[in-house]
Design a protein around this ligand. Structure first.
Ligand SMILES: CC(C)(COP(=O)(O)OP(=O)(O)OC[C@H]1O[C@@H](n2cnc3c(N)ncnc32)[C@H](O)[C@@H]1OP(=O)(O)O)[C@@H](O)C(=O)NCCC(=O)NCCS
Length: 204
């Protein structure tokens, strides 16, 4: 990366725990909270009011839009986009209290992860219900609720989310070649992809 990348820029009302690591070139906007031992890569943008739970790991150039909520132990790869008010959950059967009515603490339940791979995007107000794996360069539509793993390059929408198409690295919907069924083309870049057994692969 270029040498001109600046030191982290943490806005005055953001709360970044001293044990968190924030990479160079990363901006943390007002009222965002970064919890203990979270790790943020380089050149990330954490929007106003966003939340990053304890130990959560973000790669480089990750964008969390305003009020995105990323609960531990989520792991986000390089270039992941998390839309405004999106939620990455961590408790499949949540309860505040035990059957006896006592407040449950961290050690009383096991957190489960949402893993989002490189380049994937989560639309505005979408919810990823952990445990779930969102594949590289996939795109989750606004308002979708992801309950099953999302394959790489899949465009998923709805509640629960289902695949409604494919997208390329540029984020545009791919179109299937009329002459070569199973070959998909990006209208923006001309890049080619191949569909095999319900999965999409980049043609090199
Ligand atoms: C999913 C998405 C990529 C589809 O875009 P598109 O390919 O232009 O799709 P269209 O608008 O042509 O809609 C195609 C169909 O999908 C439906 N659809 C579109 N967006 C949808 C969504 N978020 N959830 C459910 N269905 C959706 C449309 O109603 C339409 O259905 P129909 O064929 O029955 O009429 C887009 O709507 C979207 O949600 N983008 C994410 C936006 C976002 O959250 N940005 C974050 C930064 S603010």
């Amino acid at each position: 990366m270029s040498e001109s990348v600046h030191a982290p820029n943490v806005r005055p009302t953001a709360q970044v725990d001293p044990s968190a690591e924030v990479g160079d070139g990363t901006t943390v906007w007002d009222l965002a909270q970064i919890r203990e031992k979270a790790v943020l890569g380089r050149e990330c943008i954490v929007g106003r009011g966003a939340y990053v739970g304890p130990g959560v790991r973000l790669g480089d150039r990750v964008k969390l839009q305003n009020h995105a909520l990323v609960y531990e132990p989520a792991v986000l790869g390089d270039g992941v986009f998390v839309g405004p008010a999106a939620v990455l959950t961590n408790d499949h059967f949540p309860r505040s209290v035990t059957p006896e009515g006592k407040l449950k603490r961290g050690e009383d339940w096991e957190a489960v992860a949402v893993v989002v791979e490189e380049g994937a995007s989560l639309g505005a107000r979408s919810v990823c219900v952990a445990p779930v794996h969102v594949g590289r360069w996939s795109l989750v539509a606004a308002g979708a609720v992801v309950t099953r793993d999302v394959p790489a390059f899949a465009l998923v929408a709805g509640v629960p989310a289902h695949r409604i198409g494919w997208v390329g690295r540029a984020g545009a919907r791919l179109t299937e070649s009329e002459t070569e069924p199973g070959t998909w083309v990006c209208p923006q870049t001309g890049d080619l992809y191949e569909e095999r057994d319900g999965l999409l692969f980049e043609r090199r």
